[in-house]
Design a protein around this ligand. Structure first.
Ligand code: NAP
Length: 281
């Protein structure tokens, strides 16, 4: 990873934080996208302490807002002539339904639309830097989900777990269609399940959901160090340089559900997402 440029979201905490520090330790120059100044500066300071040789940098954006997703992608594209890897990782689960200023359900906006728009905004830089990689943090939570293309905003019978599972299914479908669209360009796209990891995940979900996740984390979760392994593997390992469109768990290809392998649904999701983002396909 010496001299490579890696853009990563959600690196102020949990899996993303550990992955960013590891990749920096391997010689990569990290470009962080964070929403909170205090947490962002702390993450940057840790990176500089870990790997002082590289000019790591940070950009601020609330990745639940379309305008911010587009602005930060444009800002990074202007600042970075080459990008060797993009890691879409910021995500959360919300126990009650919130609608953003773009009239998008918050889980869908943050967990799916930010992956979609950041990738779109950095696409030219990735293509110009090929071989390059896109890595999307998905989850086995997709296993309990169906994608309702007529209700992407979970307006009917919202549940936090259901909306979260659906957003993680969207991550896998997005990865598949992205890989198809990038075939032959030298840019790969893969996604992963990190395991059930004791991060800050769930702490801000609210209500009983936060309580339940905190309890389960104490009982069953692996550490952020273990949880980051597949992310680091997909962003850096030579063995996966030519693999694209796959779902990984424990650094190995895994089989997602039948719904997550539905290429027609993946293409429809892409088209709907482009419409919602008010951009050309
Ligand atoms: N933990 C698990 O068991 C598990 C399992 C499967 C998949 N995942 C996935 O792993 C990814 C990372 O989660 P984690 O477990 O490491 O959780 P985490 O510790 O809560 O980290 C989430 C990261 O996302 C950032 N973020 C949240 N909302 C944001 C927003 N509106 N704009 C910009 N950044 C935002 C957070 O920033 P702040 O520091 O400012 O809060 C933080 O850096 C997520 O996609 C999650 O769905 C987690």
């Amino acid at each position: 990873m010496q001299g490579k440029v890696v853009v990563i979201t959600g690196a102020t905490s949990g899996i993303g934080q550990v992955a960013a520090e590891r990749l920096a330790g391997m010689g990569a120059r990290m470009v962080l996208v964070a929403r909170d100044k205090g947490r962002g500066e702390a993450a940057l300071a840790r990176l500089r302490a870990r790997a002082p040789g590289a000019a790591h940098s940070i950009h601020y954006a609330d990745l639940s807002r379309l305008a911010e997703m587009k602005r930060v992608a444009a800002e990074i594209a202007a600042a970075e002539p080459r990008i060797d890897a993009l890691i879409n990782n910021a995500g959360a689960l919300f126990s009650s339904r919130h609608v953003t200023e773009d009239r998008l359900e918050l889980t869908f906006a943050l967990n799916h639309m930010a992956y979609f728009l950041l990738t779109h905004g950095l696409r030219e830089r990735l293509l110009a830097s090929a071989p390059a990689r896109v890595v999307n943090t998905a989850s086995d939570a997709h296993k309990r989900a169906n994608l309702d293309l007529d209700d992407l905003q979970s307006a009917n019978g919202y549940s936090g777990f259901k909306a979260y599972g659906r957003s993680k299914l969207a991550n896998i479908l997005f990865t598949r269609d992205l890989a198809r669209r990038l075939a032959g360009t030298g840019v790969t796209a893969n996604c992963l399940h990190p395991g059930f990891v004791a991060t800050r995940f769930g702490d801000q979900s609210g209500g009983f959901v936060s309580y339940a996740i905190r309890f389960w984390k104490k009982m069953f979760a692996i550490s952020s160090e273990e949880g980051a392994e597949t992310l680091v593997h997909l962003a850096s390992a030579p063995e996966v340089a030519n693999v694209s469109g796959a779902y990984f768990y424990k650094c190995r290809p895994a089989t997602p559900t039948k719904e997550a392998q539905d290429d027609a649904a993946a293409q429809r999701l892409w088209i709907e997402s482009a419409k919602l983002a008010r951009m050309e396909d």
